[in-house]
Design a binder for this molecule. Sequence first.
Ligand code: ADP
Ligand code: TRP
Length: 326
Amino acid sequence: MRILTGIQPSGALHLGNYFGAMLPAIGLQNEGEAFYFIADYHSMTSLTDARLRRQYTLDVALDFLACGLDPARCIFWKQSDTPEHTELAWILSTVTPMGLLERCHSYKDKIARLADGDAGAVNHGLFAYPVLMAADILLYGSHIVPVGKDQKQHLEVTRDIAIKFNLLYGETFVVPEPRIREEVALVPGTDGQKMSKSYGNTIELFGDEKAIRKKIMAIQTDSRLPAEPKPDAGKNNAIQLLKLVAPAAVAAEWEEKLRIGGTGYGDVKKALFAHYWDYFAPARQRRAELASDLDHVHALLRSGAERARTAARPILTRAREAAGLT
Ligand code: ADP
Ligand code: TRP
């Protein structure tokens, strides 16, 4: 069974990415042949700073490896190191109805946000984004594609494209199954909304100690005095985050303290910082080691790309033959 997923290099990874996407992906390494790549081609649709792309790509690689992605058990590489993706994307684009892409929410949302602004900011890559994603998936004969809810429609597009190609040119591609992480609770950000880079409410996995402590101490809470009982303590942002990084009994104890009254939010936040810091201590250590030998990290990615290519080539050849290109 082949499991494949991609992550965009769009900035430092945060607790939401970790509990929502990375941890499940790391767990799946043992369930089949795992293919995980850094989607740097996709990042070009929204990021046009080359230096930042390089930095973010390296950050994602370091973060994933530090958190337990094991290149011995999965294939981990950078998308643009296997340019076969773009060749297949062209082939697939010729069997993709315009209407299918016009209906995509992620594209429509971006247009809507720009409605009174700069229409020129919508590039063709953004429109064709789901076709490149279909190529990523179909190129490896992927069976299972674990993604967040936001990517559900893109997977339906992938399935439609695979079925259409198979109908027109004969059985060529595996039609993949999505594995939507419905059950993963949304990790709240420091302001209580979903934690997201675009809301500026994130807690990074590997930030500067002082800066993160400041962010955690600034988590939004209500203005009730410490003495007051807080029967809704379970909904508190700091408690919800504490439940992720502290042993269950410890988090339950803090929740209870808030519930009965006599404990201030400041103390909960201090405990949260301490547990957050300890939780990521081993990964922080590994990340520092990896960062001190970047040649090794680049070599890991290159060898991942070679292995990915070996898996991709026969499938691309099959598609080329089916379409009468060879
Ligand atoms: P961001 O919203 O910060 O731009 P991305 O959209 O790049 O994050 O997230 C990549 C993946 O990480 C998503 O598909 C989703 O599964 C997961 N993720 C991001 N934020 C959260 C969150 N707050 N809670 C749970 N999962 C999240
Ligand atoms: N579009 C995905 C996201 O933003 C990233 C991605 C690119 C991807 N190609 C993929 C995910 C292929 C799964 C499979 O999260």
